[in-house]
Every structure is written in C-alpha cells, then in structure tokens.
Design a protein around this ligand. Sequence first.
Ligand code: FPP
Length: 231
Amino acid sequence: MDGNGRWAAKRGMPRLIGHKRGANRVKDIVKASPDLGVDTLTLYAFSTENWKRAAHEVEGLMKLFRGYLQNHLLELNEKNVRVRFFGDPTPLAADIRKQMDFLTDLTKDNTLLNLNIAINYGGRDELVRAIRTIARQVSTGETAIQDIGEDTISDALDTRGQCDPDLIIRTAGELRLSNFMTWQSAYSEFAFIKESWPDFTPEVYEATLVNFRSRTRQFGAVVPRAADATE
Ligand code: FPP
C-alpha cells in the first residue's frame, strides 16, 4: 500500500493524512474484493523496516491500526470476513496484540474473504522465525533432517495453510518487492500501479484484476498458447 506519504506531500498535507486516506481506502478494497472474485487479500501494512521512520509517524500508524481494529471488528465479522495477521507481533503494544488475537479468534469460522494483515512483517524475518521453528522440531526429534522439504518450510511460515499469492500489487510506481513474501512469491504475477494507495479505487483494482486474468501462467512448464494452435 505504497505512496500515502507522497499523496499527502503533493497536496501540502502531513504524511499522516495520507495514511489516514490510505486506511479509508483499505475499507473500500476489502469491501470490493469478494465481488471481484478475490477470496484472499493480504495487506502489507507495516514492515519490519518501517520502525526506522520518525517516531510520530510510527505512533500515528499504530493509532490507525488500533482504530481500524476497534471500529471494524464487528463489521468484519458480520460480513463473514476471516481476519489473520502476518508478522512478528512481539514489539507491538499489548492492547493491539490483544485486539489482533480477539479478531483472529472471533472470525476463525468465516468464509467469504480471507483478509490477512501484515504488521511488523518482513519476508526475511518470517524465514528466520520459520527456520527456528524447524530447528526446534529437529532438536526434539519431531522432524528428521532428511524429511525437510518445501512443505516443511511452507508449514512453518506465517502463511501456513494458505495459498501462495497469485498476484502482488504494488501502488505508487516503485518496482520492488520490499521484503514481501520472499518464499511465497516464487511464481506470483506482479502489477506495478502508478496510482498512490489513496487513489487505488475499486475501479483501478478491477482493471488490475482484468489484466491479471488475461495472462498465461506456466509455472515453469510449457503451456500451449491459443496463437500456437493454429497450424
Ligand atoms: C507506505 O506508504 C504505507 C505504509 C507504510 C503504511 C500503510 C498503512 C495504511 C494504509 C494505514 C492503515 C492500514 C490498515 C490495515 C488499517 P509510504 O508512507 O511509504 O508512502 P511514500 O513512499 O509516498 O512515502
């Protein structure tokens, strides 16, 4: 969800106003997802590197997360949305962690949309935590070294039990992954959108998905394309 700061600066406003507009956009995009055929949506809300920002910006973002969790808890549940969180929650404030646990538990049987919110998430940090988990399993004899495979790693990640992302969308024109889903993105498609996150309307979202659905995905194999089948 990149470009909140630039969106605000362009309008002569403080960066936090951009994040606030970004949080409003989150609501529209979550609401639009099921109608657009999306069953799993992951929002990269705060990276393991975002702590390096000015203290007042970090505090402002935490306030926004707190507000979003408090204000949308019941609505998300009523709308049949299952909410889960990716990332290491340890450095987050106790009340935010409590809300996260409560919402995860409250919505665990919901089926309309899987909404994952990545907070204090980094793809490398997730792999480090997964390797520690697997090392513990090896040391207790629960897993044998020769049995470690791709599934062992997938099952130790925050995304365990969920599918790899089909499409990763980054707004605001930067052409980087920035530590997002390092393992899971092996065969993801990418959409780099020029609009900043506050301008990522449901219409832009829909156009992005239409473009994605027109692509041929081969996953390393060779799939005959319609144009090749004429002879
Ligand atoms: C990146 O834009 C955005 C963030 C680090 C924060 C994203 C957070 C929200 C949209 C707020 C609410 C989220 C939820 C889940 C309720 P940037 O600040 O790096 O923008 P810039 O590159 O233009 O400076």
